[in-house]
Design a protein around this ligand. Structure first.
Ligand SMILES: [Fe+2]
Length: 264
């Protein structure tokens, strides 16, 4: 646990914390309402109704406070504050996964669907494929990913998976290209090839681990870690509201040098 684990493995988990539990107790009913709102469903329901993506949909403030509820607090927040300064959170993603994820509804190619199934749609955040050729550029230099489970589920209910240590490989690969380029030009550098090669190396050399956490627990993912969401497994146990997680991915000042190098 802690910085050493985050640095070494690319993720770390925080044990049950009353302050996180209190935040979850306030937010969960609102998150459930959001995922049932027809307008939000129209915008965010994907893959045959098996994933509500809900990106930046929770109207929380910079401290994670929703309405009159508590600000986000606890050991994980202290940990992140020490690394990055006072909380300056984005609006949380409310990600809800339902039985059958990922159903193939024709919205993505057979190859992309297969990748979603076999490789859990593994990706590094912030480099979304762009255009018909799916080219990758730095778009969203997050500081970290903070995952906060809002419901209890079994491990078959589409957990996050991480390729342990992958952030070292991804970082080295991006540095091999970007270290010789002025920072101002980085967003224009096509990282597609180097990203694909690094991702392949991660699959070949890193252990894939499942991140399991209950409400009151939470986890921090390194900004360069390769991760994805496992398909819904047989015998998965989850509430009818689905497997629901709030993710914070603040960009703050979009400092690309920190994103690539940082202190960890
Ligand atoms: Fe992600």
């Amino acid at each position: 646990m802690g910085l050493e684990t985050l640095h070494k493995h690319g993720w770390t988990c925080f044990a049950q914390d009353a302050k996180i539990a209190k935040w979850v107790a306030h937010v969960q009913p609102h998150a459930a309402d959001i995922a049932l709102n027809p307008a939000h469903i129209a915008a965010w329901l994907r893959y045959g109704g098996t994933w509500f993506a809900g990106v930046n949909i929770l109207p929380n403030d910079l401290c994670g406070r929703l309405g009159t509820g508590p600000a986000l607090a606890g050991k994980a927040v202290n940990f992140l504050t020490e690394l990055h300064g006072p909380l300056a959170l984005d609006q949380a993603q409310i990600s809800v996964i339902y039985p059958g994820y990922p159903a193939h509804d024709g919205s993505e190619s057979e190859a992309a669907h297969r990748y979603r199934h076999i490789r859990c749609a593994a990706h590094v955040d912030g480099l979304r494929p762009e255009g018909p050729d799916r080219r990758r550029y730095i778009q969203e230099p997050h500081q970290f990913v903070l995952g906060i489970p809002l419901v209890a589920t079994s491990e078959q209910a589409s957990p996050m998976v991480v390729w342990q240590g992958s952030h070292h490989i991804i970082r080295a690969a991006f540095k091999s290209v970007l270290d010789t380029v002025p920072g101002a030009d980085w967003p224009r550098i096509d990282l597609t090839e180097v990203y694909h090669q690094a991702r392949k190396k991660c699959f070949e050399t890193c252990t894939r681990v499942t991140v399991l956490a209950e409400p009151g627990e939470c986890y921090v993912l390194h900004r360069l870690a390769l991760h994805g969401i496992a398909p819904w497994g047989e015998g998965a146990v989850a509430p009818t509201a689905g497997r629901m997680v709030a993710y914070f991915r603040p960009q703050n000042d979009c400092n690309l040098h920190d994103w690539l190098n940082g202190t960890y």
